[in-house]
Design a protein around this ligand. Structure first.
Ligand code: SF4
Length: 58
């Protein structure tokens, strides 16, 4: 299982960056990008996104 960010929904708000305890997310070119080498897939960033852009990729 992974997490995916829907680029069409991502507004680059950075809420997920603030929410991630592992500091696994960066805003690159106005869109959130997850570093999967750091992410531990806890899902904390999912409800942090005001646009519902992050979800588990089953
Ligand atoms: S799932 Fe957890 S560790 Fe991974 S990017 Fe989201 S908040 Fe960070």
């Amino acid at each position: 299982m992974k997490l995916k960010i829907d680029e069409a929904k991502c507004s680059g708000s950075g809420r997920c960056v603030e929410a991630c305890p592992e500091k696994a997310i960066k805003i690159v070119g106005g869109k959130a990008v997850i570093d999967y080498d750091i992410c531990d897939f806890d899902g904390i960033c999912i409800p942090a996104c005001p646009n519902g852009a992050i979800d588990f990729d089953e």
